[in-house]
Design a protein around this ligand. Structure first.
Ligand code: ATP
Ligand code: MG
Length: 360
């Protein structure tokens, strides 16, 4: 059956890395005889330039009518002085809201060949393969504002942390669904010794776990999790946690891989479509030079194939191809190491493509 994919290249290096990822998607389409129906749409600064808004209605419609969305990156200094509603980042926030993307998934895979680029010891990070599932539309970042700068007449501030049971349940369920396809372990991270929301989080996580007898659930306090992530990251498979804890832990986890240019992400909703994007930004400093690392976007395509289309083989082939290309020593500038071959964006894409053709 035809899969409809909305493609939003965006700004800066967005169009270059998305073009590379689309080449890989087309290779998979041909080799596995799939049918992908691609519709391009504008988001971010380029959309503001064309239409006066960073998220035109047409883009929202195209996204809602698709089975999955691939996004490059948005933003750049060119649009920094515009009024807030015209800025590129607003486009991104708005599309997340429009599509109710409540679970943000960030896999952290440590490629052995890149281990030297991490500040952590090689034996600690080699073989790390974990996913942080972060609740994205609730928690303290969305708490009701009370008298933010005044407490009982004294200067101060209040933020409220709140979760409805349903908001916890749906994100924990996502984590279990993902764990089912992996090593089958979920670590639910909370602060249940102090916070009521965390106690509820823990209860609901345990209830959800009953529906997944093959998946092991463990609970961990967030302070301990922060330490364990750099002390012994290999113990983790899927980490699920609330918005702010996830924000902090997923940034911490990204250090394990060595480079921003390697990390993919997906944002999930209840019924789809899901949105896939590299975690890095639009890198305006290197835009248009054909030197950006396309691997994070290529790995985002791999996530799309696995999560949105259940194409497990195809997803794994892309990941293996990326791994092999790195092992052969091909590097874009951001992951450069001694005795490696520097390649451009397009050359890196060609190497991955060659590798896929050999693997299939
Ligand atoms: P945003 O606010 O959109 O997340 P940012 O300020 O975090 O953006 P990025 O655009 O992610 O910044 O870039 C940070 C640095 O990493 C820049 O020097 C950029 O050139 C580099 N960089 C980001 N992505 C890549 C990539 N795919 N390949 C090579 N270098 C990259
Ligand atoms: Mg950033």
């Amino acid at each position: 059956m035809k899969k409809r994919i909305a493609v939003l290249p965006g700004d800066g290096i967005g169009p270059e890395i998305v073009a590379g990822a689309m080449k890989i998607l087309q290779t998979i389409e041909t080799l596995y005889r799939h049918q992908f129906e691609i519709t391009y749409a504008d988001i971010g600064g380029c959309a503001t330039d064309k239409t006066g808004t960073p998220l035109p209605n047409e883009t929202i419609t195209i996204c809602k009518n698709s089975d999955a969305i691939l996004l490059g990156a948005v933003g750049g200094p060119k649009w920094d002085s515009l009024p807030v509603e015209k800025r590129p980042e607003q486009g991104l926030l708005k599309i997340r809201k429009e599509l109710n993307l409540f679970a943000n998934i960030r896999p952290t895979t440590c490629y052995e060949s890149l281990a030297a680029s991490s500040p952590l010891k090689e034996d600690i990070i080699a073989g790390v393969d974990l996913i942080v599932v972060r609740e994205l539309t609730g928690g303290i970042y969305f708490g009701k504002p009370s008298e933010r700068r005044l407490i009982d007449g004294k200067p101060g501030a209040v933020d409220t942390l709140q979760y409805e049971n349903e908001e916890i349940e749906r994100v924990v369920e996502k984590a279990f669904e993902i764990a089912k396809t992996r090593s089958k372990k979920v670590t639910s991270v909370d602060k249940a010794n102090v916070l009521e929301t965390s106690r509820v989080w823990r209860e609901i996580a345990s209830q959800v776990a009953e529906k997944y007898p093959d998946v092991i659930l463990e609970h961990m306090l967030v302070d301990n999790a922060a330490m364990q992530l750099v002390r012994n990251p290999k113990q983790f498979d899927v980490i699920v946690t609330e918005n702010m804890f996830g924000d902090i832990l997923s940034d911490e986890a990204s250090v394990l891989t060595g480079s921003l240019g390697m990390l993919a992400s997906s944002s999930l909703s209840a019924g789809g479509p899901y949105l896939y994007e590299p975690i890095h930004g639009s890198a305006p400093d290197i835009a248009g030079e054909n030197i950006a690392n396309p691997l994070a976007t290529i790995l985002s395509v791999s996530m799309m194939l696995r999560l949105s289309f259940q194409m497990e083989n195809e997803a794994t082939i892309i990941e293996e191809a990326v791994n092999n290309v790195l092992n052969k020593g091909f590097r874009t500038r951001d992951i450069l190491a001694p005795n490696c071959t520097i390649v451009s964006t397009t050359e890196m894409v060609e190497e991955v493509e060659k590798e896929i053709r050999q693997l299939v």
